[in-house]
Design a protein around this ligand. Structure first.
Ligand code: ADP
Ligand code: MG
Length: 397
């Protein structure tokens, strides 16, 4: 069902409570990466141009329900003002919605500025519990609610779900793009569509595998996850990461793929090392030749070639999970080569998952992917086919 966005309502003469994700990296009280702030500017400018005022709210870090100066949003207000070339009032209120914040809201009403930022929503314990009167207090600052924080869309918190009990909610441009792009790739893709899955554990991704196996035409498996499947097929995998308690599950998944007649591809070779280290010496091993004291840390050259070949006729790719330990230079090649293959094809590609997005960024291939989701956990839950509460809570069109 499609949801209302900022374009479906009027902000003229209204104040909007805008939930953003300003959980930005900080060092010594200074914002070191303003990407997340910059990415909200289109929504903010749209509301201002439409004649609205803005009360912003966000969490930062995990202050666990009490004021913690190191995660105060004060430096964020400064950065935002600089980026917008416009005053942003900061409500330096340890209770977030108390008297101090209300006085700043008066200044907003009086026309001293068009924007204000509330203190870190997680200074209050009710935030993550969506409990008590907190959502009502947040809502009291505004006439309408705009959710532009995809990163918390899978959470039921006061500042994204609770507030919708008191205000009409709509999506901002960032959220709208995430929802539109993910739903297109998963529920209405141009076929054939492939899923590339990797990363740390099968157990983290059971929901994703069982959902995507019903949606896609082909599944390519890399990362540590591959070893649980390979073991389930009877291969000796040395000291590679294997989840012994998930072998039966892996067998079930393999059987299901076979019944469906779909291509479910596992690595043919790996880069194997004796230690989990950045500069570990490695050898390329065929999948039936992994030594008892070796672990696979990346997919090997034959596998890369096979995966690239398998992706040639593919029109849509959904990717979660790095192909290897991309954090180590020796074991980043598999992930890099797959990203490059996507770049040189005309397919539509999306990447979801926190570490997967980090991998694509670290390897400098973000531009080669059509859409890298900004929400780690939220994108994973979306790939599992779950409804995201932060999206469900806003108004339907
Ligand atoms: P995401 O956060 O995108 O869902 P995951 O958390 O599932 O991704 O997986 C990312 C992690 O998987 C990375 O830290 C990476 O080092 C690790 N990984 C990938 N391949 C292997 C491997 N062969 N052995 C051990 N760890 C691996
Ligand atoms: Mg992860």
């Amino acid at each position: 069902m499609s949801k209302k966005t900022v374009e479906d309502v009027s902000f003229q003469g209204k104040t909007a409570l805008v939930r953003v994700d300003y959980n930005v990296p900080m060092k010594d009280g200074v914002v070191v990466d303003d990407t997340r702030i910059v990415s909200t500017l289109p929504t903010l400018r749209y509301i201002l141009d439409d004649g609205g005022k803005i009360v912003l709210c966000s969490h930062m870090g995990r202050p666990k329900g009490e004021p913690k100066p190191e995660v105060s949003l004060a430096p964020v207000a400064e950065k935002l003002a600089e980026l917008l070339s416009e005053a942003v009032l900061f409500a330096d209120d340890d209770t977030v919605t108390g008297k101090k914040a209300q006085r700043v809201a008066e200044q907003l009403k009086n026309g001293q500025a068009r924007l204000m930022l509330l203190q870190n929503t997680r200074y209050r314990a009710e935030e993550t519990k969506n409990a008590g009167e907190y959502a009502k207090e947040l809502a009291s600052f505004a006439d309408i609610f705009v959710n532009d924080a995809f990163g918390t869309a899978h959470r039921v918190h006061s500042s994204n779900v609770g507030v919708c009990d008191y205000l009409e909610g709509v999506l901002g441009f960032l959220m709208e793009k995430e929802v539109r792009t993910l739903s297109k790739a998963i529920d209405d893709p141009v076929r054939p569509v492939a899923a590339i899955l990797g990363g740390a554990k099968v157990s983290d991704k059971i929901g994703i595998i069982t959902h995507l196996i019903e949606k896609v035409d082909k599944i390519l498996i890399g990362g540590a996850m591959a070893f649980t499947f390979l073991r389930a097929q009877g291969y000796e995998t040395g000291i590679s990461k294997v989840e012994e308690d998930k072998l039966d599950l892996a067998k079930d998944i393999l059987k299901k793929a076979e019944q469906k007649g779909m291509r479910f591809l596992l690595p043919r070779d790996v880069k194997a090392a004796k230690a989990f280290e950045d500069t570990a010496e490695y050898v390329v091993r065929e999948i039936d030749k992994i030594g008892a004291d070796e672990m696979g840390l990346d997919i090997g050259p034959k596998t890369i070639k096979m995966f690239v070949e398998e992706l040639k006729d593919i029109k849509t790719v959904v990717w979660n999970g790095p192909m290897g330990v991309f954090e180590f230079d020796h074991f980043a090649e598999g992930t890099l080569k797959i990203a490059q293959a996507l770049a040189s094809s005309d397919c539509f590609s999306i990447v979801g998952g926190g570490d997967s997005a980090a991998a694509v960024k670290k390897l400098g291939c973000e531009k080669e992917i059509s859409h890298v989701s900004t929400g780690g956990g939220a994108s994973l839950e979306y790939l599992e086919g779950k409804e995201l509460p932060g999206i469900a809570a806003v108004s339907d069109k």
